[in-house]
Design a protein around this ligand. Sequence first.
Ligand code: SF4
Length: 290
Amino acid sequence: MRYEGNIFRPPSEAYSLIIQVTIGCAHNKCTFCSMFKDKKFRVRDVKEVLEDLDMARRTYRNVEKIFLADGDALCLSNNKLLLILAHIKKLFPECKRVGVYGSPQDVLVKTPEELIELRKNGIGIIYIGAESGSEQVLKDIQKGVTRAQLIEAVQKIEASGIQASVTFISGLAGPDRWEEHALETASMISAMQPSYVGLLTLMVEPAAPIYNDIQAGRFKILTAEEVLAETMLMLKNINVTKPCVFRSNHASNYVSLKGELPADKDRMVNQLRAALHNTNLIKDERFRAL
Ligand code: SF4
């Protein structure tokens, strides 16, 4: 396989074969994000992608999951995606799931029938970065989409039978808007009813646009205790009616949470409460990472 630049994948795709179908992110403007700042967005030639799959087949004996990268891989037309999925099916009959990053715009531009067609041909999960349920925070971070678009996109994914995995970020609103960020994120998750929610905690690298604001004191990073209070408020206010796997066990998180909502809500809230009472349970800054 030929990889261009740094490769990013969701934590749950750690053991997947990663194939780049796009390079970079079409939006590339989110203020907290440094992932693709060194890449100019383009869609790879499908022929190259198929060649990479051929190379992977020669290299790996067993491939159970494949992840299509970079950001925005779902922006390809269904015609192109179906060519790639057909090649995957031919070469990797053992592959149980193909996952892909998608923006809300990528999802909304597809018809319900096109999403169902993708599911029938192997796409099992679409990862969407929502970051916050607050309209104001989405504007502040230059997410480029509205709250309503995010909710509609995730509902559309789930209605097609594909699982949606939605990422949010603790601490993204700073100390001024943390309650709004928590409550609006909770109500967004309740409206979306996604199969999976992943909650990271804000960590900023120098290439991210917001880095200079932090250095200049214009944006304040929450303390660990403030992050836990924000997460607790959010968790308490999520009301889903179908099971939703909630994970906040990324290297960036201060306390590792994993459970299924609504069943495990109280247990996870109690875990946060315990960490607020006993700060030894909070991960040391030295061990946090992106
Ligand atoms: S957060 Fe996602 S959409 Fe925003 S710039 Fe980064 S990769 Fe692109």
